[in-house]
Design a protein around this ligand. Sequence first.
Ligand code: NAP
Length: 293
Amino acid sequence: MMSILEIFLVSVKKEVIDLIKVGLIGLGKTGKYIAEGILQQDNMEMVAAICSPNSKKKGMNLGELLGNFKTKVKITTSDELQATIFKTKPDVVVDFSNPQATIKNAVILSKMKVNMVIGTTGFSKEDIDKLQTISYKFKNGIVYAPNITLGVNVIMLLSNIAATILNNYDFQIIEMHYKNKKDSPSGTALKLSDEIEHGLQISGVQNKPIPISSVRAGGVVGKHKVLIIGDEDRIEISHESFSKKAFSLGALNAVNYIYKKSGYYEMKDVLNLKKILHEYIDNLDNEVLSSQI
Ligand SMILES: NC(=O)c1ccc[n+]([C@@H]2O[C@H](COP(=O)([O-])OP(=O)(O)OC[C@H]3O[C@@H](n4cnc5c(N)ncnc54)[C@H](OP(=O)(O)O)[C@@H]3O)[C@@H](O)[C@H]2O)c1
């Protein structure tokens, strides 16, 4: 039988083994919410926080940046990324910076076998292919999540299904964000149009354009609307983020998912949407069967 000390040591060891060491690149409007989220997790330890090379944040304590308390994390810059990773050994690095920086970081981190959650948007198709290729080449894990919230992923799924069913309707996307958002259209709007195109292709409709209108104004956190317009009726599917906290919850979900995995994933993998859909269809089948008995 194990002594109390042995039981204590086993449980401490388990905690140490399961603790996910997390680094964060990009300490801007969204990054700060994510930092707060990570610091509040029992199963995560924030080990590194990385700003841009010429940022005034360099050398600050992360806690001071977030609101006048101390953490053990001193902010370093992305031009010393390799040294920071070598020193702090994160299991997963979350990146919410900008596309050029993220691609550079992804190459360094993948070579060092560090897993990543990429929330940055504004990549070209070639950039996204590159992220996929390096994750396979270096066998680390990458979650590419231009749309990190559960709600946005649900409208992706609904839009895909609607396109499959309503393939003779016209689809348009309207997106609205705060006035200084750098990329336009948003990464989420582009992904939504991919999902709609994919749904249309499944039902045999090729090359139907999906126009996107972008509004940049005031402090809108993020709003996406899919208009589905036919000759006789109109459907709208829309999503609005009220606060950046939803981004933090999504990023934490993705960190837990990619820890110790390798390969390239998207949020629909993290959120297990395929399984949920299969279960939904199975339930429908069961209901039909039981009504026939
Ligand atoms: N996936 C999603 O659902 C989602 C949600 C929200 C935002 N985003 C995306 O996330 C990114 C950041 O958004 P945000 O609203 O937080 O923008 P932001 O406030 O402009 O923050 C970006 C931060 O990245 C830092 N940065 C720039 N170059 C860097 C580099 N080379 N190395 C490290 N840090 C660097 C910036 O500079 P300093 O270090 O000088 O401060 C800044 O603090 C954007 O691409 C945005 O579209 C995605």
